[in-house]
Design a protein around this ligand. Structure first.
Ligand SMILES: [Zn+2]
Length: 506
């Protein structure tokens, strides 16, 4: 998969190079285990393969002992494949109900990823994966694990990634392909987020999306600063003031159904967040290249929906800019006007995500959508509250909350509901001299006051969800298949599942 960026890394192949010199093939098989039992229980595919080795594979596994969930053992020269990685599928019933996860599916992602990683570490260039009775999830685990961001490394220092394919004689090829499409779209989001800010400016982001999504039957309109001025997006434009990089505003349309009403997805696209005049401390400021994680989620979700030909009508709205300090930057205390006429005191220029989303929400509302979902790396407070394993969701609609909650348990990328109490709205709106302050009055509850702020820009009758992903942006330790280091692209698979189910005409 190639994507185009300006400068030194034009058209780089990022995750599908193969070993030139290696030709060995490997196979990933699954085996279940249950507590206290040594008995080996293969998947149906693995059972057949074991029989083809005249029972030798089973014999070997019995010698080395049970293979637990997430573990792998490689067996050489047994059957048709020179290398066979047997990956532990564990016991789905061991997942606690309170974990709110479909354990059987999650175990398959974990196992497929472990198998691919083990063979890859042994320099196997072509890896074939069986269906593990859940081919979509096997594809997701395998594809997310077979990813490495090395676009800026010298060619000869790059680690080649193996080619991963589905076993020809396994069942559920269409589901496998579905999993590959979704996981590759998540890998695309990871690349967008990981790419350094000087190589992923608003213009480069817009060009990259136009190229990649344009090729996938998505209409991509790239609006400029003059357009935003005409729309009276004073809140969005106030954030762009300090940067020399011109802002962009993406409007994406995928029409997979005849439905007149669309689902609106809005994503925060701060391609670099220095904090502006309210400058951030320098430690870890580089992470702020991924402050467009919401934008990456919207773009990759629409890409996947289009490639899957999902029967939904979806529009994406993505404000893109840098937040920088300079002589022209917005100053703390400045008052600006959003598209809906509300005045906002910019108390802290580092609370800029809500400022650009405010206008994007207003603009999205003009299309009279079925519902609006906005997604943003919005607050450090959400990480304090929930850590790095779950996204926070604020929803004005119980049915939509239930649908996204269920989607999260299916995909393994979970969500947790947060409050939209009037108390928080009062903290944002009860001021003399202007309508809203971009910081809450009270102490604590930073994610909740941010959500309360955004709520002021969604018309009362429009069902709405706000997803705060600052906690799951990067370095997540809960999903072995996504890897514990680097930008995650999460929770786009949950968005794909949710929009497919909740966005249809029914
Ligand atoms: Zn900020």
């Amino acid at each position: 998969m190639a994507f185009l960026v300006r400068g030194s890394i034009s058209t780089v192949r990022l995750w599908s190079r193969s070993y030139a010199s290696m030709s060995k093939k490997g196979l990933v098989l699954g085996v279940y285990s249950s507590e206290g039992k040594d008995e080996v229980k293969f998947t149906p595919y693995a059972q057949k393969y074991s029989e083809s080795t005249a029972g030798k594979l089973l014999e070997q596994i019995n010698i080395c002992g049970p293979i637990k969930s997430g573990q792998t053992r490689i067996f050489w020269e047994l059957g048709k494949f020179p290398a066979v990685a047997v990956a532990g599928l564990g016991d789905a019933s061991k997942w606690d109900e309170l974990d709110e996860i479909d354990g059987a599916k999650e175990n398959v992602r974990i196992a497929a990823a472990a198998g691919v990683r083990a063979l890859s570490a042994n320099k196997i260039a072509e890896i074939v994966v069986e269906d593990m009775e859940h081919p979509q999830q096997a594809a997701e685990g395998a594809t997310l694990a077979n990813y490495k961001f090395q676009a800026f490394k010298s060619k000869d220092k790059q680690t080649p990634l193996p080619a991963v394919t589905f076993a020809e004689d396994a069942s559920g090829k269409a589901d496998w392909e579905r999993g590959v499409i979704i996981a590759e779209a998540q890998n695309f989001a990871r690349v967008l987020m990981e790419t350094p800010a000087n190589h992923m400016t608003p213009s480069i982001f817009a060009d990259t999306v136009k190229q990649r999504l344009g090729a996938a039957n998505v209409e991509v309109l790239v609006h400029d600063e003059a357009w935003a001025k005409e729309k009276k997006m004073g809140s969005f434009l106030s954030v762009t003031n300090g940067s020399n990089e011109p802002p962009r505003f993406l409007e994406l349309t995928y029409r997979g159904s005849q439905d007149e009403q669309c689902v609106a997805l809005v994503g925060k696209g701060i391609t670099f967040d220095s904090g502006g005049i309210s400058l951030k401390p320098s430690a870890n400021m580089d992470q702020m290249r991924a402050d467009m994680g919401g934008a990456a989620n919207v773009v990759s979700t629409i890409l996947a929906l289009a490639q899957l030909k999902a029967p939904v009508h979806v529009k994406g709205f993505v404000p893109l800019c840098e937040n920088m300090p300079s002589g022209t930057a917005t100053k703390p205390g400045d008052v600006v006007y959003a598209m809906n006429g509300k005045s906002i005191c910019v108390d802290n220029t580092d609370a800029e995500g809500r400022l650009i989303l405010a206008d994007a929400l207003c603009y999205a509302s003009t299309f009279n959508p079925k519902f609006i979902l906005d997604i943003a790396t919005l607050t450090g407070a959400i990480k304090v509250a929930l850590g790095d394993c779950v996204s926070g969701v604020f929803s004005s609609n119980n049915k939509l909350w239930e649908a996204i909650h269920e989607a999260g348990s299916q995909t393994g990328d979970r969500v947790w509901r947060m409050p939209l109490f009037k108390h928080y709205s009062d903290q944002m709106c009860d001021h003399n001299g202007y309508d809203l302050n971009n910081l809450g009055k009270g102490k604590g509850g930073g994610s909740c006051t941010a959500a309360a702020f955004l709520r002021e820009f969604v018309p009362k009758g429009t069902p709405w969800l706000h997803v705060d992903i600052a906690g799951v942006m990067g370095d997540c330790s809960d999903q072995s298949y996504t890897g514990s280091k680097g930008m995650s692209g999460r929770p786009m698979r949950t968005l794909v599942e949710f929009v497919t189910k909740a966005g249809g005409s029914a």
